[in-house]
Design a protein around this ligand. Structure first.
Ligand SMILES: [Zn+2]
Length: 298
């Protein structure tokens, strides 16, 4: 039987060649964004599941109809930055400008102002803690960029593994705050070992049994698992042969079985949008009688 805990299903909508390890290795790539998103939309529609799509601003400007269609199918649209540059490469001012541009692009495409943000490469870490202050100064209501285990490319060891109120003065600690931002950290399980089961690379690499075990153990503690994928990961026509083998491991291993794995996850666990889960956690620390919310729809 499915646990009643709702997990977060999310997709980062960027070009397949935007991945950090790949972007310099591919010249003249084919654009597969439309057919990739379509594969994912069909998979979700068949199973009647809503998800969050964190869209790069540039994609919303060049493919506004595609982004409008995702929203029209009942999914939430969040921001994944404007150019997919990790925050490590941006100044606080450049980040604020990226955020504003991506917000405008999404609003133009969908008519709705996004309230959720995911940094490219999970690049909200102690080095870029200023990003939380920048988000806090906007209409954004949640962030889903903290990867609560240190990896060679990103991650924050010791950050909470459950949704928590984001305090701009201490963004990686669980504290009571008056602020309105919620963090949805990416899924790791086991309080000490912190094994990532967050989707993407991890879902491609890990056996289904371990993925399910990780999500089940979070849910057993009443905690949602926040998972991310990329639409291109589900598209067999994405041609990855041009990428040098040593870079292919992280970016492309296990693609062929991912569709099956996601289908099995959806059968086994309850999923919804990031906005919906963030709102549940935000409501918990607010006056339950309050009627007006700053969340917009979904
Ligand atoms: Zn990304």
């Amino acid at each position: 039987m499915k646990s009643t805990v709702e997990n977060v299903l999310s997709f980062d909508v960027e070009h397949w060649h935007s991945a950090t390890l790949v972007r310099d290795a591919v010249t003249d790539p084919e654009d597969h964004i439309e057919d990739s998103v379509e594969i994912v939309l069909d998979l979700l529609a068949d199973r009647d599941v809503r998800a969050t799509f964190f869209v790069v601003g540039e994609v919303a400007r060049t493919h506004p109809d595609l982004v409008a269609r995702i929203a029209a199918e009942g999914h939430e649209i969040g921001s994944h930055g404007d150019t997919h540059r990790p925050l490590f490469e941006l100044t606080p001012e450049e980040f604020a400008a990226e955020l504003a541009r991506s917000t405008a692009a999404i609003r133009d495409a969908t008519g709705t102002t996004p309230v959720g943000f995911r940094a490219p490469n999970f690049s909200v870490t102690p080095r870029t803690h200023w990003a939380v202050e920048a988000l806090d100064a906007t209409q954004y209501r949640y962030d889903s960029s903290v990867f609560p285990v240190r990896t060679p490319m990103y991650g924050v060891s010791g950050a909470p593994i459950r949704p928590y109120p984001l305090d701009p003065n201490a963004p990686f600690e669980e504290r009571e705050t008056d602020g309105s931002l919620v963090e949805l950290p990416l899924a790791v399980f086991h309080p000490r070992l912190r094994l990532p089961v967050a989707g993407g690379f991890y879902a491609r690499l890990l056996p289904t049994r371990l993925l399910h075990h990780g999500i089940r153990s979070l849910n057993a503690r009443g905690l949602p698992a926040t998972l991310y994928f990329h639409p291109w990961e589900f598209n067999p026509s994405v041609e990855t042969a041009a990428v040098p083998p040593h870079k292919r491991l992280v970016s492309f291993t296990g693609l062929s079985r991912l569709r099956e794995k996601l289908a099995t996850l959806i059968e086994s666990f309850a999923f919804t949008t990031a906005g919906s889960v963030a709102r549940q956690h935000s409501d918990r620390k607010r006056d339950p009688a309050a009627t007006s919310t700053p969340w917009g729809n979904g």
